[in-house]
Design a protein. Structure first.
Length: 289
């Protein structure tokens, strides 16, 4: 296919051809295999730096390229977001204080390192480039024993993600995707983050459209066969507001409530969609137990 002359919708969304699905399938599979493999490392005492080192080695072993190393100055092969970090957590950075630690008078309990503690939840986000195609995915993991609220948050976030994916088919709109996610999450008493969204991808890392995880049915661009994009809702136990820390990457919940996220790369087919980043080992959810 001549990608320079590929059809672009009036909303700036690239329409790919049938043959391009194979490229996305290969990239998505390797990204998912890496997240399958890293699951065994997630336990109390493991550092986020060690997890990122493992992911870097896995990318090298597969003979592919990390999309994040060098992206806008970023230096790591993954983003690892722990507890109330919403997204773009930097491996090796001290883990921000949780809400319970913030209100504690014992300052020695404040986080000073990147080692996981019992009960921590974390999102690991990996993007690889395979023969020019980008495979982007993330999923939740748990270190040690989960609290009931943390497990509920992860479970409902996964369900919301899959409901959004179920809304993907030609003739539906991006607003239908957002509404499916938002209505489910808010019905569970949680909130959807507004400050970050999914995105188009393919032979580029980020492209139109912005895939909002909230919205009105029937609003936004109409879905067409051949569109490639991510669905990656971030769900908070508390309010939806976020803030970015001084490192210009790490986004956290303003109220320090726990946050969770799942992400898949998908392609619109004639009858629905294909999930490019499905776990080959069936480990996408749950990733503990």
């Amino acid at each position: 296919m001549d990608h320079v002359r590929a059809r672009i919708t009036r909303d700036g969304i690239r329409i790919y051809e049938d043959a391009d699905f194979a490229g996305m399938r290969a990239a998505g599979r390797i990204a998912a295999e890496i997240l399958d493999a890293v699951a065994a490392m997630v336990m109390p005492g493991t550092t986020t730096a060690a997890i990122d080192d493992f992911i870097t080695a896995e990318i090298k072993r597969h003979g592919v390229t990390s999309a994040t190393i060098g992206y806008k100055g970023y230096r790591h092969a993954s983003c690892i977001s722990v507890n109330h970090v919403v997204c773009h957590g930097i491996p090796g950075a001290p883990i921000p204080m949780s809400k319970s630690e913030t209100i504690s008078r014992d300052l020695e309990k404040r986080r000073k390192d990147d080692a996981l503690k019992d009960g921590d939840i974390l999102n690991i986000d990996v993007t690889v480039i395979v023969d020019g195609w980008f495979g982007d995915t993330s999923r939740m993991y748990a270190a040690g024993t989960l609290s009931r609220m943390a497990e509920r948050l992860i479970t409902e976030t996964y369900e919301a993600t899959m409901r959004g994916i179920a809304a993907v088919k030609p003739g539906n709109t991006f607003g239908d995707i957002g509404h499916a996610i938002q209505s489910y999450v808010e019905g569970k008493g949680m909130s959807v983050v507004r400050d970050f969204c999914g995105h188009g991808l393919g032979r580029v890392f980020h492209a139109p459209p912005n895939v909002l995880h909230y919205g009105r049915p029937g609003s936004g661009p109409v879905l067409e066969e051949g569109m490639f994009f991510t669905i990656e809702p971030m769900v908070n136990l508390g309010r939806p507001e976020t803030k970015v820390l001084a490192d210009d990457w790490t986004a956290v919940t303003r109220d320090k409530s726990l946050s969770a996220q799942f992400e898949h790369s998908v392609g619109v087919t004639a009858t629905g969609c294909e999930i490019f980043t499905a776990s080959p080992a069936g480990k996408y959810f749950p990733t503990w137990g």
